[in-house]
Design a protein around this ligand. Structure first.
Ligand code: S3P
Length: 434
């Protein structure tokens, strides 16, 4: 039986990208940085543990309330043991950047999912800055980084649209004499730039012929800050889609970060006919935020503009679910990067949705989805086994949302990865189901 209407008010936890960055920069600013609304998911805790291992200290003083005591740019210490990155690509790539310009030699390792992900994209620019790497086959974890002191500033044009690669270079640039420059042909999330500026780094952004040129002056001195982390739009996306596709729903989702480099999903769902209203727009922690009032809507399939991909790169799994319930065909292209996330999100979602009875076709760089026109999906009862989530939190949450609009429900093999980014997901969802 499909779930009844989702009604009420929820608040999404802190943004994962911003939480990682607030711990890292807090750990580099001499004195006490106060963070509220921190996402206490496993990925962010991996970052916190690594910063502790390199000399910073921090304590949790309440739910999402942290005090970070920083050591200063250039003063990170050699960790005594290899750094455990768990499932977190953001921790790994950003910390590889930080270590690259410090006199530190350390090893990074992670879980089976993270150990399959490409690190060559950060190894290349960081090697140009002088760091040395000893990586596993194919430029993967486990790997050892030997930082360069002093590192050399570079000018680097990003070959892939990746905020993690951009941020790794900027963080390495923090302790590199001179000016480090990153050129972004396609803009990606700009939380690092906003927060580096907020901490007092000299960072300039210039737009030239559609490209973003970001320059940071190294050997920076950061000043401790008080940071309120806004809610995570990537977490909100599961509830936005759930409210749109479960008949009769009307949900107020509070505290949703709507930075334009992140908010593509709201735009695309509105293009499909989704009724999403921004209430009480405001600024939190230097980022635009609003509450979103979402009402059940008859969605229509569309062709998704590939130019919007970077601003919703993590939201495609749940968009595929929304499209499975829409009227008509949705076509997504330009999704190559999805294949190197926590799982290959194109093929894993194609398999998962097929198992749940949706009509989808995987393509080399995307997905074509024939929507059910609002009819519930059959669900996974007739399938040979549960949906395989491949250690990917967003697959587990997306398929839980698909289960809400299915006749027999959808069984997923492993919900534990949800704790990496959204530990209260299941409790929030259960609290809404009548
Ligand atoms: C992130 C950047 C994105 C995103 C990830 C978080 C970040 O990765 O998928 O969840 O915090 O910078 P890429 O930079 O690989 O696109």
């Amino acid at each position: 039986m499909p779930a009844g209407p989702l009604r009420g008010t929820i608040r999404v936890p802190g943004d994962k990208s911003i939480s990682h960055r607030s711990i890292m920069l807090g750990a580099l600013a001499v004195g006490e940085t106060r963070v509220s609304g921190l996402l206490e998911g496993e990925d962010v805790l991996a970052t916190a543990a690594a910063m502790r291992a390199m000399g910073a200290s921090g304590e949790r003083v309440g739910e999402g309330e942290w005090r970070v005591h920083g050591v200063g740019v250039g003063a990170l210490l050699q960790p005594e043991a290899p750094l455990d990155m768990g499932n977190s690509g953001t921790s790994t790539r950003l910390l590889m950047g930080l270590v690259s310009s410090h006199a530190i030699e350390t090893r990074f390792f992670g879980d089976a999912s993270l150990s399959k992900r490409p690190m060559g994209r950060v190894i290349e620019p960081l090697s140009l800055m002088g760091a040395a790497f000893d990586a596993s086959e194919g430029g993967r974890l486990p790997l050892t980084v030997r930082g360069a002191r002093p590192a050399v500033p570079i000018e680097y044009r990003l070959p892939v649209a990746s905020a993690q690669v951009k941020s790794a270079i900027l963080l390495a640039g923090l302790n590199t004499p001179g000016i480090t420059t990153v050129i972004e042909p396609v803009p990606t999330r700009d939380h690092s730039e906003r927060m580096l500026r907020g901490f007092g780094a000299e960072l300039e952004v210039e737009e030239v012929a559609g490209e973003r040129i970001i320059r940071i002056r190294g050997e920076a001195e950061l000043t401790p800050q008080t940071i309120e982390v806004p809610g995570d739009p990537s977490s909100a996306a599961f509830f936005i889609v759930a409210a749109l596709i479960v008949p009769g729903s009307e949900l107020l989702i509070q505290n949703v970060g709507l930075n334009p480099t992140r908010a593509g999903i709201v735009h695309v769902l509105r293009q499909m006919g989704g009724d999403i209203t921004e209430v009480n727009p405001r600024e939190v922690g230097g980022e635009p935020v609003a509450d979103l009032l979402v009402k059940h809507s008859a969605l229509t399939g569309i062709e998704v503009d590939p130019a919007i991909v970077p601003s919703m790169v993590d939201e495609f799994p749940v968009l595929f679910v929304a499209a499975s319930l829409a009227d008509g065909t949705t076509t997504c292209t330009g999704l190559e990067e999805l294949r190197v996330k926590e799982s290959d999100r194109i093929s894993v979602m194609a398999e998962a949705l097929t198992l749940a009875g949706a009509r989808v076709r995987e393509t080399e760089d995307g997905m074509v989805i024939e929507g059910s026109g609002g009819q519930p999906l059959p669900g996974s009862a007739d399938a040979d086994g549960p949906v395989a989530t491949h250690l990917d939190h967003r697959i587990a949450m997306s398929m839980a949302v698909a289960g809400l609009v299915s006749r027999d429900g959808v069984l997923v093999d492993d919900t534990r990865p949800i704790a990496t980014s959204f530990p209260v997901f299941e409790a929030l969802l259960e609290g809404l189901i009548p």
